[in-house]
Design a protein around this ligand. Structure first.
Ligand SMILES: C[S@@+](CC[C@H](N)C(=O)[O-])C[C@H]1O[C@@H](n2cnc3c(N)ncnc32)[C@H](O)[C@@H]1O
Length: 313
């Protein structure tokens, strides 16, 4: 697997950028998606290119990879990380919900191996300027695609209290959603909430500062707002609808989810398709990271990997 050079990481740190993302379950993903024939690989969430590099390194020299991401900044790092593969890599700034047009532009008639690694990259999460982190103070942004119009501050300051409560409950599964929404509505009447630190303090005051197990009291609220700002579940459902039909005969797709709101629709769709003729689940129901990876990389702990194969005609 290719990792960025030490000097690249140092330069990113010097520029105040977050560190490069460590790909989760890279060994399992590579094994599942290595089909031993010339491949058209699509990494629909290429991020900073860790999985993509591992997939290309394991694939025949004729394999090409189309990498998509909504995050243009991550793509510039992916271009550097994947430069050694030359013209075998095409990177495209875009949304995996629009997979078919992206394939057509890259000249891929269909897909042999598709990876979808949901959630956030450490690269964006650890950069305070992106506004995803509740640990690091920064503007309340949370847009994966920095060119999209509405950020978390717009939502937090403009949505009705009822809408905020619905979002925090539905996408954060936060039992204190109504109390938190009331606290946000009251705080923003005094002045707009514009930073992650301000939002964290409002949630802490409403929720109490005590941690619940390992998680900070504002974790669920931050997750909910991020999912809403980026329309994550709608985009996942479009992808699950369309992507299986874009696989070649014998082609596979692998999805890594990090919480049950993501994993549930993946599981439902894969089971439905596997129950019909035309698809199987070659890796069984579910793969989880090994103990060593979980110990080394805390972000791997919640990962759930599922795989679907289009049965050869
Ligand atoms: C967990 S990271 C992927 C990390 C990547 N596998 C690696 O090895 O670096 C998830 C990435 O998916 C991107 N993303 C999330 N939703 C997306 C969507 N609808 N379309 C395209 N990219 C998306 C995010 O911007 C982020 O870079």
């Amino acid at each position: 697997m290719s990792t960025p050079s030490h000097s690249t990481v140092q330069r990113d740190k010097a520029a105040g950028e977050a560190r490069i993302h460590e790909p989760v379950m890279a060994g399992e993903v590579t094994q599942i998606l290595s089909l031993g024939r010339p491949l058209r690989i699509v990494d629909a969430t290429v991020g900073t290119g860790g999985h993509a590099a591992a997939l290309l390194a394991a694939a025949p020299a004729s394999a090409c990879l189309l990498g998509l991401d909504r995050d243009r900044t991550a793509l510039t790092v992916a271009a550097q990380v994947l430069s050694r593969f030359g013209s075998r890599v095409i990177l495209h700034h875009g949304d995996f919900a629009d997979l078919a047009p992206a394939l057509a532009r890259a000249g891929f008639a269909e897909i042999d191996a598709l990876l979808v690694d949901l959630g956030m990259s450490s690269f964006a999460l650890d950069n305070p300027a992106r506004g995803f982190s509740l640990r690091l103070d920064g503007p309340l942004d949370m847009r994966m695609d920095q060119e999209s119009p509405d950020c978390a501050a717009d939502l937090v300051n403009q949505a009705s209290e009822a809408e905020l409560a619905r979002i925090i409950w539905a996408y954060g599964q936060e039992p204190a959603a109504r109390r938190i929404a009331r606290a946000i509505a009251s705080a923003r009447r005094r002045r707009p909430i514009t930073t992650t630190g301000e939002l964290r303090s409002v949630v802490e005051r409403a929720r109490g500062r005590a941690r619940h197990g390992r998680i900070h009291p504002a974790t669920r609220t931050f997750q909910a707002l991020r999912i809403a700002v980026n329309g994550e579940l709608e985009r996942l459902s479009w992808l699950l609808e369309k992507a299986p039909g874009l696989l070649s005969a014998g082609g596979r797709m692998a999805v890594i989810a990090y919480h049950s709101l993501e994993d549930r629709p993946v599981k439902k769709r894969f089971f439905e398709l596997a129950a019909s003729a035309g698809f199987t689940m070659p890796a069984g129901r579910l793969l989880r990271p090994g103990a060593a990876e979980m110990a080394r990389n805390p972000r791997a702990r919640s990962a759930r990997l599922r795989c679907l194969e289009r049965v050869a005609a």
